[in-house]
Design a protein around this ligand. Structure first.
Ligand code: PAF
Length: 282
């Protein structure tokens, strides 16, 4: 496994791969890797002959009140896990390499970037879109793999790729969960043991609300009941919203077919996200 920190070296390596007829699949990450990330590496392997993982804690996607300095970092542990997962190349640029002095271009996304995490974290998706565009350019990957756990992020990246005619295929991988249903996330490590015991209730309520709606209950009362149960369990919910899966527009009243239920709720200091598909009978 090659660990590359320099853009010229990355370009030389990826050019050699392409010359040898090997396509590259990229898994963009911010490190602190867990089982969810390693499943993305396995998914990437299904789409290309070579797999690259980028590790870059992107300052541009953190708000002024979000603690960039406290973001978990474990370079040695991450590299060890990636070696075990059969990753071929790790791209680890420094902040100066990614955003050299004078850098003045950002990607601003409307549509699916508006609302939800876009409203809760102003500027977040601008940072995600900009860094992903750069990572795609830098690696020349044919495919990029993202977890469905951050559903809105996945739709934002798809939008950017379509709007800017980027020659890359974006693949979403289903959320990887702990045995009790909690979605894997780097944030889970910040839960106290009491909070960790409560955390799976979020997934349970999302699943329960979907079962109610798929069984014919109207969305509004089903979501209100789930929100009330989350509050009673100690969560501070931000949103529980039924949306069109790609645009993230509100699900139309009486609509039938594939929808997505998005959830965000705080448990103590930790903001947990989840989402699942729902097939509404109309
Ligand atoms: O999901 C993440 O870890 C980040 O938002 C990403 C896609 C690596 C961009 O920095």
């Amino acid at each position: 496994m090659q660990v590359i920190r320099d853009l010229a070296a990355l370009r030389a390596t990826t050019a050699a791969l392409r010359a040898g007829g090997r396509r590259l699949a990229l898994v963009p990450t911010m490190g602190a890797l867990h089982r969810g990330h390693l499943e993305l590496v396995a998914e990437a392997r299904r789409h290309a002959e070579a797999v690259a993982v980028s590790i870059f804690v992107n300052p541009l996607q953190f708000g002024p009140n979000e603690d960039l300095a406290r973001y978990p970092r474990d370079e040695a542990g991450d590299l060890e896990k990636l070696r075990g997962a059969g990753c071929d190349l790790v791209w680890m640029p420094g902040v100066e390499m990614m955003y050299p002095p004078g850098a003045a271009t950002i990607i601003e996304v409307g549509g699916p970037a508006e609302g939800f995490e876009g409203a809760a974290r102003p500027g977040h998706f601008r940072g995600v879109a900009t860094v992903c565009t750069k990572l795609f350019q830098q690696t020349g990957a044919a495919t990029a793999v993202f977890g469905e756990k951050d559903w809105q992020q996945l739709q934002v990246v798809r939008r950017v790729v379509a709007d800017l005619d980027m020659p890359i295929r974006v693949v979403g991988h289903p959320t990887v969960r702990e045995g009790d249903g909690l979605a894997f996330s780097s944030r889970n490590a910040r839960l106290s043991s009491e909070e960790r015991a409560l955390a799976p209730i979020l997934a349970r309520e999302v699943r329960g609300a979907i079962a109610a709606m798929e069984g014919g209950e109207a969305p509004e009362p089903a979501l209100e009941a789930a929100l009330a149960r989350l509050r009673a369990a100690g969560f501070a919910p931000d949103y529980l919203a039924l949306v069109e899966p790609e645009t993230l527009r509100p699900w139309p009243a009486g609509g039938a077919g594939e929808a997505r239920l998005l959830a965000a709720a705080r448990l103590g200091d930790v903001r947990l996200l989840d989402n699942m598909p729902a097939c509404l009978p109309g």
